[in-house]
Design a protein around this ligand. Structure first.
Ligand code: SF4
Length: 574
């Protein structure tokens, strides 16, 4: 029996590669022995090479994506030197476009499985199992680019799209997923045409049969897996499909599993919003692409989006307080200059999503933007992920400023670790983008950049920055103390926090659960959860009020302690 090794190199340990699992399941009874090997880009290349070599294979296949292509190239080059007789096959979006050029420049690769791999892989396995000697038989398998023995590169017939319901479910054993995210596909393709995105190239949108989907989701629910991420490109592009699944998950909720969806928020109507408002906190989380708020850029990138509706729906969902929302922006798009991006940032930041991700345009082979890169003056990295360096509208210097904003945004906003402080900062800063930029420049000026800092140190740096800007010291010291204790019962008390020995008796009375509770006095009432940034800073209280932090039962959305104000007339849940 021939051994065919399907290899994935993931970005993080908690990720898994749906594609190779799906290919293995699709290979079914092909006769060959299909094995999987998954690694991460954090492993040494030599370690992966050694493991692949020791596992031995008759055929070696790699699943190629933007984040792992360089790794695969390096590892496969060395593997081929060690095992020249083992054919190496690649697949995945990174090699499915400009395949001829890729094969011409990668002589060690036997061939590429182009596009959808399930049927192609099954037939390839059968070929190696049955008649691997007769190379001409390979030409009968659709969806391949092959380097023939005499060196010629041949392409076989493209494959028609496979009905999604025919793709086998690939999770029969969940043991290996214990601490990893499970990926699931209920639709394939996207009806939209965003010019930077490969999903817009293939218009063959297909849905998995809803009864099948329900059965498979029930499998995850029964096993109480922590998270299932739908890889559907725009989950709610078909309302009936999305609503059926969301209704099912709401009814069958097991109280544990979280389901992640990428959606177009502007497509949500009252019925969906009403259902979402009734979901358990943490049942679903939403990733919402915005990319830009510049109408000319939106038109140029052919993105269909009702921005006002999107904003309205994001705010509505935020008001429910039960769904984590992650919004995305992309820097470096056509017609978007620095000022325009700054405006896009501020407009979206003002929605106070749980996370705001700043991405940088990646010029993907096969996309429309790739074809027009010259015309747009888009200069980008030669190597994956082909990230933008500058455009006709955005200089490299300006892009570096956006990078500085991104870094500070990740640390101080997206981490969720300084939530109260960031809401107060809003009252000081006319413009959120400029605030993060100044903070980034402060890091540079003080020599704090480019190194790891503890959470406490990050607080100290932020305080130093805010005080330099003339912000009220005591208020921000207390806000940061609040943020620190909201996250954990700190072993090291912040240096600026006052002596609380006079609260010993009160602490004894309220903190019955020992380390699972902490009591802290504050002279300010801070913004509540789910509130956005404040416009004016809170007044100092005459007498401090105490907050009790409960660590036993963290909030499923932000993982922060539950808080309760005590001994104050403004008592209530924060
Ligand atoms: S960016 Fe999103 S909406 Fe646009 S084509 Fe790609 S997957 Fe579809």
């Amino acid at each position: 029996m021939k051994k065919i090794l399907l290899t994935a190199i993931n970005a993080k340990y908690i990720h898994s590669n749906l594609a190779i699992h799906s290919l293995k399941a699709s290979a079914g009874e092909c006769g060959a022995c299909v094995e999987l090997s998954e690694y991460t880009i954090n492993q040494q290349k030599d370690e992966i090479l050694r493991d692949l070599f020791l596992r031995g294979a008759d055929v070696l296949c790699f699943s190629c994506y933007l984040w792992n292509l360089e790794y695969i190239e390096a590892i496969a080059t060395e593997y081929h030197k060690l095992c020249p007789e083992v054919p190496i096959w690649l697949g995945g979006p990174e090699v499915s476009y400009e395949t001829r050029a890729f094969l011409e420049s990668h002589a060690y690769v036997k061939g590429v499985m182009i596009g959808e791999g399930e049927d192609t892989f099954r037939e390839l396995c059968a070929y190696y199992q049955e008649d691997g000697e007769k190379e001409s038989s390979l030409l009968k398998i659709g969806g391949l680019a092959i380097r023939m023995e005499e060196g010629e590169i041949r392409f076989t017939q493209p494959r028609p799209p496979k009905p999604l319901s025919e793709v086998p479910f690939c999770y029969d054993d969940l043991q290996e997923y214990e601490h990893r995210i499970i990926y699931y596909e209920s639709s394939r393709g996207c009806p939209f045409s965003c010019s930077y995105c490969l999903s817009s190239v293939d218009k063959r949108l297909r849905f998995r049969d809803l009864e099948l989907v329900k059965k498979e989701l029930q499998f995850f629910l029964d096993r109480k897996v922590p998270q299932v991420k739908f890889v559907d490109r725009t989950f709610n592009c078909d309302r009936h499909h999305a609503m059926t699944i969301w209704r099912f998950l709401t009814e069958k909720d097991n109280g544990t599993t979280n389901f992640h969806f990428e959606i177009s928020a502007d497509l949500l109507r009252e019925e969906e919003l009403d259902l979402i408002s009734r979901m358990r906190p943490g049942l679903i989380q939403l990733e919402i692409g915005v990319q830009t708020t510049n109408p000319e850029t939106l038109r140029e990138i052919r993105r269909t989006m009702d921005l006002e509706k999107l904003k309205e729906n994001v705010l509505r969902i935020r008001s429910f307080g039960n769904v984590h929302q992650h919004l995305d922006l992309i820097a470096g798009l056509p017609l978007e200059d620095y000022e325009s991006f700054r405006r896009s940032f501020d407009e979206i930041y003002a929605l106070w999503p749980d996370q705001l991700q700043l991405g940088f345009l990646k010029v993907l082979k096969g996309s429309y933007v790739y074809e027009r890169a010259k015309e747009y003056g888009i200069v980008y990295h030669e190597t994956p992920p082909y990230e933008v360096l500058c455009t006709k509208w955005l200089s490299y210097e300006e892009l570096l400023k956006i990078k500085a904003v991104e870094e500070m945004l990740e640390v101080y906003y997206n981490s969720g670790q300084y939530a109260v402080t960031m809401k107060l900062v809003n009252a000081l800063a006319d413009n959120a983008f400029d605030f993060f930029l100044e903070l980034g420049q402060f890091y540079e000026r003080k020599g704090y950049g480019g190194m790891q800092h503890s959470r406490l140190r990050r607080c100290e740096i932020l305080l130093e920055f805010l005080k330099e800007k003339g912000a009220p010291g005591e208020l921000f010291e207390e806000a940061l103390t609040f943020d620190l204790y909201a996250r954990e019962n700190c072993k090291t008390r912040p240096s600026w926090a006052p002596d609380t020995s006079e609260y010993k008796e009160l602490t004894r009375r309220y903190c019955e659960k020992g380390k699972l509770e902490h009591l802290e006095p504050f002279h300010y009432v801070f913004p509540r959860k789910r509130e956005g940034g404040v416009k004016t800073l809170p007044e100092r209280l005459e007498e401090p009020a105490c907050v009790l932090f409960h660590y036993g039962n963290a909030d499923p959305l932000d993982h922060q302690a539950k808080t309760e104000w005590i001994c104050t007339s403004s008592a209530g849940n924060a």
